[in-house]
Design a protein around this ligand. Structure first.
Ligand SMILES: [Zn+2]
Length: 159
């Protein structure tokens, strides 16, 4: 019989050094929070903002964009990532996610974890509305991501 999972545990603290400075983290949080205010979340009423730090320090942001079909809704993290890629960036250091749900961290959904993993392992900062921050590595949140390596294995197996 199916039983719903309980509350998600927080991932352990990463052993790697933070990939952005405290000043950059503050700027990313502010950018994500500002972008969150533009979320189109008429259905869920759950606004999310994301800010992505490119390798050279450039920052990109996104908010969730919902749709009356529900299934076509796009998450803030992917909006930020696709905006960055469209601007010519494909190397990143960190993503920050902000939301309005007090007292809890909200981690990127599985789809966003997979899409972000295409561009490497980065720091994921989840921020509560009161400013509490949880840092984890994307590889902790998605330890066995599907990648180009899987496609190479398939090609090799075909001969
Ligand atoms: Zn998502």
């Amino acid at each position: 019989m199916f039983s719903a999972p309980g509350p998600a545990a927080e991932p352990p603290a990463p052993t790697t050094a933070p990939s952005c400075s405290p000043q950059q983290l503050d700027a990313l949080i502010e950018l994500a929070d500002r972008t969150k205010l533009r979320a189109y979340a008429d259905y869920s009423k759950f606004r999310v903002g994301a800010a992505l730090l490119a390798a050279d320090g450039t920052m990109f942001s996104g908010c969730n964009v919902e749709n009356s079909s529900y299934g076509l809704t796009m998450c803030a993290e992917r909006v930020a990532l696709f905006t960055a890629v469209a601007a010519g960036f494909n190397s990143f250091r960190a993503v920050v996610v902000t939301h309005d749900a007090k007292g809890t961290y909200v981690y990127p959904c599985g789809a966003c974890r997979q899409v972000l993993s295409e561009f490497g392992d980065i720091d994921v900062y989840c921020v509560q509305p009161d400013g509490k921050v949880s840092r984890s590595r994307l590889s902790q949140l998605l330890p066995v991501a599907f990648s180009k390596a899987e496609l190479d294995k398939v090609a090799a197996a075909r001969g």
